[in-house]
Design a protein around this ligand. Sequence first.
Ligand SMILES: [Zn+2]
Length: 402
Amino acid sequence: MPKKSMLMLFALSLWLIGCGSVSAEDVSACELPAEWPAAYVLESIDLVDTRSGTVHKDQWIAVSNDRIQATSRTDERSEWNELEALDGCGLTVAPGLADMHVHLNPEDLPAYVSAGVTTVRNLWGWPGLKTLIQQVDTKQIEGPTIHGISPGLDGPPEYWPFTQLVMTPEQGRASVRKQVADGWTTLKLYQDLSHDTYLAIVDEAQKNGMAYGGHISRKVGLRLALASGHGFIEHLSGYEVELNPMGQGGAIAWRSIDESLIPELIEMTVASGVWNCPTLAIFSLIARGDAVVSSRRQAFVKALFDAQAPLLIGTDAGIGRTAPGTSIHDEIQEFVEAGISTRDVLRIATIEAARFLNAEGEFGELVSDSQADFLLIEGDPFPDLSVLRSPEAVILKGKRVR
Ligand SMILES: [Zn+2]
């Protein structure tokens, strides 16, 4: 039973037997403050350990300068006595979540934070994004920490705003150099790049030390992309083309697949080291609730997981289908329905995101020196991750924002 509930029971029983020393107001005595100080020790909390998938009871964390400075797991409480103590009311503290596939609209920032998403990866760069990232980093604007990649490089036709249309290998090389000059370190590659242009882009990206990934162009194919150092694949793009006997692509292609081909594709995936962000929930919407499509995609993700192919949790929020923020919980639910344990799903939504971004220790786990982004929830999340949908409080860079 959570400490808060135990206290309430205890207070209630004293009141009922007429002890008189505890008033009715004291029943709700433990309330988290609305405004949090800049530096504090949050105590009387349980801590979610996303690395081991356990909850440590009766812990504390010390927070100042936007960061967790110390935790009861590794540090002495007495060294932090000068900081104000905050009563965590027996709640459980879990790291903020990372949505690793969004299309960020500035007006959506509060929705991400309210849903417990404290890190996002923006999958299609646009001119004002760098400024927005800086404004969030310097706390002029409240929002999740943003990791951005370049505008999409694609062949015609142009689907999305700010697409870098590249029709020839020369244009491909020039576009890569332009993205480098614009300060991007990762390229978004898209679905209509020609074979030769793709190879030129990959070569130029490698020369400039850039990462690259995205969709798999039909003119390139999954096999060549995996062999060419494609670092990440969104939506399981390209797999369905290999599995569908007619070579069709898109959500509906998953209705008809040759399952005997799956093991070889999984093996190639693992060997390549590519990360997959399958965006299951939005595809369930695109397939209009087609249970065959959803279950086949879930089964494929489970097969990737079982083979230890790295996975990311992302929603594709921001293009008008999945809701910014709350849809991460739908994606988490899809991963659980796929048969992946809640411990592993929460690890993927936190630590694995940090590992992908070369930011281990910066977010995704409650350790010293990590950014103080966390949720306060009631009870142990591992029996049912849906408890993460309605946090009691969300803390961003040490400050309560919800
Ligand atoms: Zn997208």
